[in-house]
Design a protein around this ligand. Sequence first.
Ligand code: G3H
Ligand code: 13P
Ligand code: ZN
Length: 314
Amino acid sequence: MALVTTKEMFNKAFEGKYAIGAFNINNMEIIQAITRAASRLKSPVILQVSKSALKYAGPEYLKRMVDAAIAETGIDIALHLDHGPDLETVKEVIDAGFTSVMFDGSHYDYEINVAKTKEVVDYAHARGVVVEAELGKLAGVEDDVKVDAADATYTDPDQAVDFVKRTGVDSLAIAIGTSHGAYKFKGEAKLDFDRLATITEKLEAAGIHNFPIVLHGASSVDPVSVETCNKYGGKIEGAAGVPNEMLRKAASMAVCKINMDTDIRLAMTAAIREVFGEQPSEFDPRKYLGVARERIEKLVEDKIKNVLGSANSL
Ligand code: G3H
Ligand code: 13P
Ligand code: ZN
């Protein structure tokens, strides 16, 4: 078993109408929790590293800890750069052994996004690494927003086809109403599933079959974790995530990769706050980080079973 790209994972996920969880990693406990849960449920998994995680832990540390997780669990894992800002960072992680990279040019003008993404694709493909790109702006849209405003930020289906054709990317992150962090919706949660369906229809019509779509900002923001944080001294107000049934619907459509970071942060913080609150004399880091690791493991198990549907697909 080894580090793999996402190619086969996505082919199987598209056909099987499920999604692969992409979880952000920063340290040993998070890596162990995610990979142990995935291994127990025989689920493929993507571990992803942001630019700030690279800065925090270092690519070598992260890569070696992931290698250790593969040795321990015996499962295939894709190691992915999340929101890569430039070719330089892409080169750095490919040198460190990552198997997948995201280049996020969504904030550039369209033609610049195309050109920069194509440059990354050419570089990565020559080295056997797959590429995810992003089109559309991942801003949370409020309930009463006018359709025109959504059109200005959400992914344009015709542009998505043109983008995939011209860049040769392996997967595409789209904007249909999700956003990063713990405050995703002011009122009722809404995702533009019609837009997602149209993107796939237009890709198919252009001869691009079973193309994997990625959903960023897809944490469900568990109210129990938020309440636990607040009960033990936290101050997280007005938090709202994507309802699980919406994530399941997206997974049954063309979404093959569902990104979650906030849910791990909340589970970890809730666990640590609870230990500190209940056992104020405790100061052994293994006592609170160990509890945090257990909680994350449970969270990932729940995601695989009840949201992603990726169990028993290795
Ligand atoms: O999409 C962003 C991820 O949640 C990573 O966040 O840059 O704080 O590590 P970060
Ligand atoms: P959340 O903030 O919803 O966990 O999204 C994480 C993400 O998209 C990482 O790229
Ligand atoms: Zn993201």
